[in-house]
Design a protein around this ligand. Structure first.
Ligand code: SF4
Length: 305
């Protein structure tokens, strides 16, 4: 598996999502300077990195986004992705320019099956329609489209309908990511965080649709003990290893960061057969709901003896 570098190039965004984990940075940090992004790209490539994700904030708002993609391509990056709210791709000309420059993958976010749900979460009227149009344009241009939907208290009942939309639009892969309670999401934690056990039936119905239609589908930040029968859909098993260039820090290994700082495991977890490969929930989740939902999965060998 290639390693990948995630470069946060701006924290500006034309959405105002209630669940944004980066939302508190938008008024603090400027766009990352062109020379710094070029240096980030060169240094990671030198270390053997062959994948890059331009993210933020909304990366398409950075005035040099096309130059960044072109520089990545010129250096020899093989996988060049934009992690985006997808709205700018409603304008197909921009997408064509990015593709010509070397982008081959986009990661747009859709957070509701109904326009009113998505637009309520993004606080951007019309954003649902723009993102859906952006996905259609990307599929039409032959780009790999890996969508992300953040699971919140407002949208979890729509996950199966959302999965149907992804399949119909021709997404290459879709993911349901359980809300990470930081940034703006942290400020909204009293109402926006559902209980994992409440969302799981909807998550599983949503995954069934992808599985039935042969579209790879995953969940993020939902441990194995809640994913019985869907263990192959746990995204942490396949997330490429790599570094993160943030505004105020450089994380050498995002995987190590998640396992040692970002996520946590509970008091009963050492008895679980998945203990070694499971990352646990984001650590803020049990601060709200405790550890009762996370029941260790017994070791099959021990069960038989
Ligand atoms: S290690 Fe803990 S959180 Fe992970 S699957 Fe097992 S019980 Fe669940």
């Amino acid at each position: 598996m290639y390693t990948r570098i995630d470069i946060k190039i701006t924290f500006r965004c034309n959405n105002r999502c209630d669940f944004c984990v980066q939302g508190d940075k938008r008024d603090i940090y400027h766009d990352r300077a062109k020379a710094r992004v070029y240096a980030d790209l060169a240094s990671a490539y030198k270390k053997g990195t062959r994948g890059v994700v331009f993210t933020g904030g909304e990366p398409t708002l950075h005035p040099h986004i096309i130059n960044f993609v072109a520089r990545a391509k010129q250096l020899g990056y093989e996988n060049i992705q934009l992690q985006t709210n997808g709205r700018a791709f409603a304008y197909i000309d921009l997408l064509k320019k990015l593709k010509t420059a070397g982008a081959n993958e986009i990661g747009p976010s859709l957070h509701g099956a109904k326009p009113e749900t998505h637009d309520a979460l993004t606080h951007a009227p019309g954003s649902f329609l723009q993102t859906v149009t952006g996905i259609q344009n990307a599929v039409q241009l032959g780009l790999t489209v890996i969508t992300n939907s953040v699971i919140t208290s407002l949208n979890y009942r729509e996950l199966p309908a959302l999965a149907n939309i992804m399949v119909k639009l021709g997404a290459s892969q879709y993911q349901f990511a359980f809300i990470h309670i930081g940034g703006t999401a942290g400020k909204n934690k009293k109402w926006i965080v559902p209980k994992k056990t409440a969302v799981m039936p909807w998550v599983k119905k949503g995954l069934d649709i992808g599985i039935k239609n042969g579209v790879p589908c995953f969940t993020e930040a939902i441990p194995f003990c809640l994913m019985k029968g869907y263990e192959n859909c746990v995204a942490e098993r396949i997330i490429p290893e790599g570094a993160v260039v943030d505004a105020d820090k450089f994380i050498e290994s995002y995987g190590d960061y998640r396992r040692t700082e970002g996520k946590a495991k509970g008091p009963l977890c050492p008895a679980c057969r998945y203990f070694k490969i499971c990352e646990g929930p984001w650590r803020e989740y049990p601060e709200i709901y405790g550890w009762k939902e996370f029941v260790p999965v017994k070791d099959l060998k021990k069960k038989r003896s």
